[in-house]
Design a protein around this ligand. Structure first.
Ligand SMILES: Cc1cc2nc3c(=O)[nH]c(=O)nc-3n(C[C@H](O)[C@H](O)[C@H](O)COP(=O)(O)OP(=O)(O)OC[C@H]3O[C@@H](n4cnc5c(N)ncnc54)[C@H](O)[C@@H]3O)c2cc1C
Length: 411
C-alpha cells in the first residue's frame, strides 16, 4: 500500500487525505492544531464554495452539513461610485447553490472523520528541519500548509507572480441577526463595489453556533475603508462596520441593526499578496515535497477562489496519484501535475486581478449591461464558479463590444 504524508489539515490537505484514504492509500496527516483548538480558535476564511466544489465533496460523502447550511442561490452586485449612491445593480442565480461552512466547523469534523475511518493524525507543527528525516519514510509528501511559514520552502515564481504586496487589507466578521433585504430575500452573496476604496461582501454561512452571516470588507490600503488593521475585538469590529455601512452603503446598515457577533472570536483581519510558487522543493538529496493549493497559488479572497481552488486541487491530485499507480512520484510528475492544476488556477488569478485593479471601460460596460440584461448578469455570476469563462468575452474590449451588441440586438 502506498504511503502518503500530508502536512496541513485545511481544505486541500484534509479533502485529499479523505479521498486517498477512501481509495485505499495509507495516509498520515500532520496537523498543527487539534480539532478542539480549531473549534475554539479564530475564523480563518469566509470560504464560500461554489457547486463544482460541493459536488466534489458529495462524491466522497464529505458534505456533512447540507441539511444545516443555508444554500447561497446567487450573487447580487451594487456599484456605488460615492457614499450612499447606488449607480446600478444586478442579481443572478447560479445553476446550483453555493455554501459557506466555517472552517472551524468543517476541519475539526473532517479530522475526526479521517481518524474514525482509520487514518493516522500526528498533531505537530512541522518545521522545515523535520522534513529531511520524515520525507524518505513516505512515497509522497504533500505540503498543504496554506499560508503557514513552512511555505517559504517553495520559491516564488516571479514570472507568474504580478504582485509584491497585498492589493487589499481584509477584515471579516461572523454575525447572528443580520436581516434579509425585503426586496430580494433569496439567500445570496451580496457585493458592494466602491471604486477606489474597496468592496463590502455579505454571505450567509454555517458558523460554530449555527446559521449566521459573514461580512467581508476588502479595503484599498490607506483608503477610507482601511479601518481594521489594529485588529479590534468583535464588538468594536461590528461598531466600526456599522458606522462604515451607515455612511457608505446604508442599504447594508439597515440589515445590521440587530446583528451580534456569533462568538468572542468571530472576526479576522489580514492581508495576502497574490503569489504563485514553484511546485516542489528538495528537502534532502533526492527527497522532494510537493505543494498544493494556497502553498502554490495564493489569491486575495476578493474573488472567492482560494477554497474552491483548494478543492479543485485536491480532486485533481487524487486523480493524478491514482493514475500514477505504482510509479515513482518524481519532480517531473510533480511539475506536470501542477501544470495541469495551473491551467485551471490561472483563471482564478485573472479574476482576482480584474477585481483588484481599476475596472477598464469595457468592464464597466459589462456591469452596466448586467443591470439591463439577465443573460449578461448570469454570465458575470458564473465567473465565480467558472473563472475560465472570463475568456469568452470579458478580457478583450472588441469581444466585449461584439457580445454586448449581440445581446442588445436580441432584445
Ligand atoms: C478573509 C478570507 C476570506 C476568504 N474567503 C474565501 C471565499 O469566500 N471563498 C474561497 O474559495 N476562498 C476564500 N478564502 C481563501 C481560502 O480560505 C483558502 O484559499 C483555503 O482555505 C486554502 O486552503 P489550503 O488547504 O491551501 O490551506 P488552509 O485551509 O489554510 O489550511 C492550511 C492548514 O495547514 C496548517 N499548517 C500551517 N503550517 C503548518 C505546519 N508547519 N505544520 C502543520 N500544519 C500546518 C494550518 O494550521 C491549516 O490548518 C478566504 C481567505 C481569507 C483569509
Amino acid at each position: 500500500m502506498r504511503k502518503i504524508l500530508i502536512i496541513g489539515a485545511g481544505q486541500s490537505g484534509l479533502q485529499l487525505a479523505l479521498c486517498l484514504q477512501a481509495e485505499g492509500y495509507d495516509v498520515t496527516v500532520l496537523s498543527a492544531r487539534t480539532p478542539e483548538e480549531i473549534r475554539n480558535g479564530w475564523p480563518t476564511s469566509t470560504q464560500l464554495m461554489f457547486w463544482p466544489a460541493i459536488d466534489r465533496e458529495r462524491e466522497y460523502k464529505l458534505n456533512l452539513w447540507e441539511d444545516q447550511v443555508t444554500p447561497v442561490l446567487g450573487v447580487s452586485a451594487v456599484v456605488s461610485p460615492e457614499p450612499a449612491v447606488e449607480a446600478f445593480s444586478f442579481y443572478a442565480k447560479w445553476d446550483k447553490p453555493a455554501n459557506s461552512i466555517d472552517q472551524r466547523v468543517k476541519m475539526p469534523a473532517w479530522l475526526e472523520l479521517f481518524e474514525q475511518r482509520g487514518g493516522r493524525i500526528i498533531y505537530h507543527s512541522v518545521m522545515t528541519s523535520d522534513l529531511s528525516g520524515l520525507v524518505p519514510l513516505y512515497d509522497l509528501t504533500i505540503v498543504a500548509a496554506g499560508k503557514g511559514e513552512i511555505v517559504d520552502l517553495f520559491d516564488r515564481d516571479a514570472a507568474k507572480s504580478k504582485y509584491t504586496r497585498p492589493g487589499r487589507n481584509l477584515s471579516a466578521i461572523y454575525l447572528h441577526g443580520v436581516a434579509d433585504p425585503v426586496d430580494n430575500p433569496d439567500p445570496r452573496l451580496r457585493a458592494n463595489f466602491r471604486p477606489g476604496d474597496g468592496e463590502l461582501f455579505y454571505m450567509p454561512a454555517l458558523g460554530n453556533s449555527g446559521p449566521c452571516g459573514i461580512y467581508l470588507l476588502e479595503a484599498v490600503p490607506g483608503g477610507k475603508f482601511d479601518l481594521f488593521s489594529d485588529r479590534p475585538v468583535p464588538a468594536e469590529h461590528l461598531r466600526r462596520l456599522r458606522a462604515l455601512a451607515a455612511e457608505h452603503f446604508p442599504w447594508e446598515a439597515e440589515l445590521l441593526a440587530h446583528a451580534e457577533p456569533t462568538d468572542p472570536r468571530a472576526s479576522l483581519v489580514g492581508a495576502f499578496t497574490t503569489t504563485i510558487r514553484h511546485p516542489y522543493a528538495e528537502v534532502a538529496p533526492g527527497s522532494y515535497v510537493f505543494g498544493i493549493a494556497d502553498v502554490l497559488v495564493v489569491n486575495d479572497p476578493i474573488s472567492g477562489q482560494g477554497a474552491n481552488n483548494a478543492s479543485h486541487a485536491a480532486g485533481m491530485y487524487t486523480k493524478a496519484i491514482l493514475e500514477r499507480g505504482s510509479g515513482a512520484f518524481t519532480p517531473e510528475w510533480m511539475q506536470q501535475t501542477f501544470d495541469t492544476y495551473w491551467a485551471h488556477a490561472q483563471n482564478s488569478i485573472t479574476l482576482t486581478e480584474l477585481f483588484l485593479e481599476p475596472l477598464p471601460q469595457h468592464g464597466v460596460d459589462i456591469l452596466v449591461a448586467a443591470s439591463q440584461y439577465p443573460e449578461v448578469a448570469k454570465r458575470v455570476a458564473d465567473w465565480y464558479p467558472f473563472p475560465a469563462t472570463l475568456h469568452d468575452f470579458a478580457l478583450d474590449p472588441q469581444q466585449t463590444a461584439a457580445y454586448l451588441q449581440s445581446v442588445a440586438a436580441a432584445h
